[in-house]
Design a protein around this ligand. Structure first.
Ligand SMILES: [Zn+2]
Length: 700
């Protein structure tokens, strides 16, 4: 399976007790904490995990204090015994390097390694993820423990791979603003711009008398009595992403050299969170590994929204967006390193998932391209900040409410086997996600209600209703394999990215974008040409005015080509002046009544659509769907609302995944005879789905 996924084959990994390599090693495991568990229980735990069906564990990613109790004095004896105990039951091991949480001796001796937050205040030891990504001392100490671990376990037959660190930047303070980061930023800028003249010109530092005469004068965007230079602020986001990625890559280099037969990855959470450029972070790793907690996500949103309920349609759609993003990062199957297995939380509990949801959420990862799943966690901690994160065993080591359901799911996934779990995920549709546009809009949203990730999530939801595969791609990606590309709020657009879009449309593709297209270049300077900047000819329009909307309501009337009820325009209205484009919608009220809101332009063999209005969800869905039909994208199946359908393919076979995210029974019509791989039943005509039910169908 690992080879099929294009990753390193582990050394003797997952061999059975007879020493024969397993023909189909799978990554269906659990996160385990022998460092937090009395040694007398390790054997029982390993035996129970094996009986449960787990193939592997991830361990040690927060155990620095036990592995290096004194600086330079390493003790891996306990970890070696834990690894051997697991191996006794044929459970393979993914080791985590422990740099997300340094021990107290380290912060006492080197207090300068702590992060400084966006208000300029240093963080304090006691939690986790409170260290600076630039600080050379912390990098040296992180490398020392990772290197010693690697040398100790390089030839251990039980170890198959590594997770570097844990959830880089995922904390209440995702950026560091310390003096070390300032110096690192200045070096990064020197490398990027070459000269101060170039930097001053590109950033426009003449504004507010910010012209720098030495790189050492360049500040970080801490509070300074006024908003920072937008170009500096965007570059600082990029620098922080670079600093974290290069921090990870230092450990990666040691692991590659010392453990060449092991795979190496890291874990993080993907969209709609956007703290670090995950395309860069995962670029040199063997495969992508994400953490997945839909119930915890629901609780967070519920707490943020106070009393208003959060729709499960939104939760499962946003979760699917994260999975499609994970798969698209490397364009191949990914792993879930932490999968919710019960109630979860730090200070408050997310509710116990309803019966069937733990299984459903696991299948949702597989349906979107996961090849393996590790559940978080085996037992539930009785001490520490994560006592509320329930595992497969309760605090008293009895079976959790999800125990039997997860066990059944693991059994089913093993039966599905490597061919299904490694299958590809076909997509004719792409959604562009761009960190530059996201971060630049956070710096200057233009409207207090305008959020890039909200726009991405609502566009993804609209596109997902088409029921076809979606890749989530970078701007500037190769577009040739797609029939239609959706790109909302492309606030930052380079000439090179525009050239890709022009070529795609010229060759017959359909490109759909909306307001703020091309407003800034990649240096965060406003376009000096009429909008939409370098894509004016492709879109066939000029933006006559752009209008943030507070209280005045605007409506949009659609032309016969998009026939439907009038739409509502939310927080933004671009007023369009078609040059070669055809009008598809106009504003009907307010100061811009009668002016153009939506256009389509024929360009080369393709078409380009500009949606100037911030359309309400129903209208947006109808408009995006109509152009998908025009582009020749067909639904995989017609399914009821609340049901997902995806397809995975191998060279010779195809599997349909049906996922019912509702508590109501659903029926889906299927084309021709199919076998349900989970039940073995033959089905023709239609299949039923119970509450939170799942079907995996293969054509008979
Ligand atoms: Zn720092």
């Amino acid at each position: 399976m690992l080879a099929a996924a294009g990753i390193r084959r582990p050394n003797r990994a997952l061999a059975n007790p007879n020493g024969d390599p397993s023909p189909s090693p799978l990554l269906l495991g659990v996160d385990y904490y022998p460092d937090q568990t009395p040694e007398a229980l390790w054997d029982e735990d390993a035996r129970m995990m094996a009986e449960f069906g787990f193939t592997n564990v991830r361990i040690a990613e927060f155990a620095w204090a036990l592995m290096e109790p004194v600086e330079g004095k390493f003790d891996f004896s306990w970890l070696g015994r834990a690894v051997q105990t697991l191996h006794k039951y044929n459970i393979a091991v993914i080791l985590g390097t422990p740099s997300a949480a340094p021990p107290p001796w380290l912060t006492a001796k080197y207090p300068e390694i702590v992060e400084v937050n966006a208000q300029g205040a240093p963080l304090h030891p006691g939690g986790r993820r409170f260290t600076c990504p630039t600080n050379k001392t912390y990098r040296r100490l992180s490398l020392a423990i990772a290197g010693q671990m690697a040398r100790t376990f390089a030839d251990a037959p039980e170890v198959i791979g590594w997770q570097i660190d844990n959830e880089l930047t995922l904390s209440s303070s995702p950026r560091c603003y310390c003096n070390y980061c300032q110096a690192g930023f200045q070096e990064w800028l020197r490398s990027k711009y070459g000269s101060l003249d170039n930097l001053n010109r590109t950033w426009g530092t003449v504004f507010w008398s910010q012209t720098y005469t030495d790189f050492s004068q360049v500040p970080v965007p801490l509070p300074s009595g006024g908003d920072p230079n937008p170009s500096l602020a965007l570059d600082y986001n990029r620098y922080q992403s670079y600093a974290n990625t290069s921090y990870l890559e230092e450990q990666l280099a040691v692991l590659r050299k010392t453990c060449p037969r092991h795979f190496v990855t890291t874990n993080n959470v993907g969209l709609p969170l956007d703290l670090i450029d995950l395309r860069s972070l995962y670029e040199k790793l063997d495969f992508v590994a994400f953490d997945n907690y839909p119930g915890f996500f629901e609780m967070l949103l519920h707490e943020q929204s106070k009393s208003s309920p959060v729709s499960w349609d939104y939760i499962y759609t946003a979760t699917a967006l994260g999975h499609d993003f994970a798969r698209s990062l490397h364009g191949k199957p990914f792993m879930i390193m932490e999968q919710q297995s019960g109630k979860a939380g730090q200070r408050t509990f997310s509710p116990q998932p309803n019966k069937g949801q733990l299984r459903l959420w696991t299948y949702q990862t597989i349906a979107h391209g996961a090849m393996g799943v590790n559940y978080f966690r085996w037992d539930t901690a009785t001490f520490g900040a994560e006592e509320y994160w329930h595992g497969i065993l309760n605090h008293d080591r009895s079976k959790s409410p999800g125990f039997d359901e997860i066990k059944q799911t693991v059994k089913e996934l093993k039966a599905l086997g490597a061919e299904v779990l490694n299958a590809s995920y076909p997509a004719e549709t792409a959604l562009v996600f761009d960190y530059d546009s996201d971060w630049a809009l956070q710096i200057q949203p233009g409207h207090s209600g305008l959020s890039y990730t909200s726009q991405i999530t609502s566009w993804y939801g609209a596109i997902a209703s088409i029921r076809s595969g979606i890749d989530v791609i970078a701007p500037g990606a190769d577009l040739a394999s797609y029939k239609i590309v959706f790109a909302p709020v492309v606030y930052v657009l380079s000439e090179a990215q525009a050239a890709k879009v022009r070529s795609f449309v010229q060759s017959g593709g359909v490109f759909i974008s909306n307001f703020r297209l091309g407003a800034k270049n990649e240096f965060s300077q406003m376009a000096r040409t009429p909008l939409p900047g370098p894509l004016r000819d492709v879109m066939g329009v000029t933006i006559e005015d752009y209008v943030p909307i507070d209280s005045a309501k605007q409506s949009v009337k659609f032309s016969s080509a998009l026939a439907g009820a009038d739409g509502e325009c939310g927080i933004w209205a671009d007023v369009l002046q078609p040059t070669t484009a055809e009008v598809l919608g106009s504003y009907t009220s307010g100061a811009h009544a009668g002016r153009v809101a939506i256009t389509v332009n024929s360009f080369g063999k393709g078409r380009a659509v500009y949606i100037g209005a911030d359309l309400d969800p129903a209208s947006l869905t109808r408009v995006l769907r109509s152009f998908s039909v025009l582009a020749g994208v067909k639904p995989l199946l017609d399914v009821p609302s609340g049901v997902e359908v995806t397809v995975r393919r191998s060279d010779r076979k195809q599997w349909i995944f049906l996922l019912n995210h509702t508590e109501a029974a659903q029926t889906v019509n299927i084309p021709g005879p199919h076998t349900d791989l989970l039940t073995g039943e033959s089905r023709t005509g239609s299949v039923s789905l119970g509450a939170y039910g799942v079907r995996v169908l293969q054509a008979s």
